[in-house]
Design a protein around this ligand. Sequence first.
Ligand SMILES: *Cc1c(COP(=O)(O)O)cnc(C)c1O
Length: 374
Amino acid sequence: MNTFPAFPFIDLAAQQLRLGDRVGKAISQVLQHGKFIMGPEVGELENALALSCGVRHVVTCSSGTDALLMVLMAWGVRSGDAVFIPAFTFAATAEAVALAGATPVFVDVDPHTFNLAPDSLESAVRVVDEHGLRSAAVMPVDLFGQPADYNAISQVANGAQVLVDAAQSFGAMSGGCRVGALGDAAATSFSPAKPLGCYGDGGAVFTDNDATAELLRSIRVHGQGFHKYENQRIGLNARLDTIQAAILLEKLAIFDDELAARQAVADRYCDGLADVVQVPWLAPSVTSTWAQYTIVVDRRDEMSAALRDAGIPTAVYYPRPLHQQAAYRFFPVAPAGLAISESLSQGVLSLPMHAYLSPHQQDRVINAVRSALR
Ligand SMILES: *Cc1c(COP(=O)(O)O)cnc(C)c1O
């Protein structure tokens, strides 16, 4: 019996209401000036993003997946190179490595933060030459919006470059640093369901390295040189649409407010649920964007069915670790195995999380989880 109407997992309509006619006006301006590719809003957005996280260069692009791929291409990562990634993540992390021609090596995650486990990474780095591979890069993922442990990772990375998969974490902080300024480069996504999303696909790379930034700007336009019809390298067609940049500029203006609202939801969930389920745990000195609020439960299917009956949508990120997916099952894994990734995929359940969840809706979620456990 459903006494309350169901509510959405992510409420983009509520955000549109808050933005009013600002997005419509920004889109009309692009229609008027007509510079749909690399129009002025693209550079404006790149400057605003660079300023917001204190990094020298931001290169926007067509998606988070392309952002990851472009960095690997710029670094010359190729066949015979190992790129270490967590097994418990979205497929795009591994996909970018494979598309670059390199080999993803799966590493286990920490049972509390769900992020790349430095001890598992250390053991994988040690044996990679047994697979005939060179250790080229580490791609930690800031899962569900929490930055990974970059100090510990760089200590065991053994000189490999660090590319942050910040698809879910743009806006978070670690040790006083904004995500974007962590690692040798960071890649984020502006897909609609990410904390800072546009109305289509989009992404960006952040780096302090001048040479990498120049390569990225060339790679995103077919490897263009100084002139339009001069091709210095093999690249992609991977630009961010001007219309999406214009939308993102408007959304960026309310992003800090939204991050604070998401933190308030996370606090209320934690207060209401920490005594009955495993709630998210943040490492000291980091903040999260709360891209997802993910609990761990014993009987997940029963829990999600009970919540659905109460009108509350949930999602499972991710039901299967990547080393068990058909496309990725032949790639190497860390020597001690991936037990945590495997067990998390059985128990994780993400609750509704966005900046416009009312206190009443939050209480409905909390009460439904508690009564399902009774
Ligand atoms: C969303 C996501 C990506 C890919 O971003 P797209 O913009 O959808 O290509 C990569 N990695 C992680 C961890 C993601 O969540």
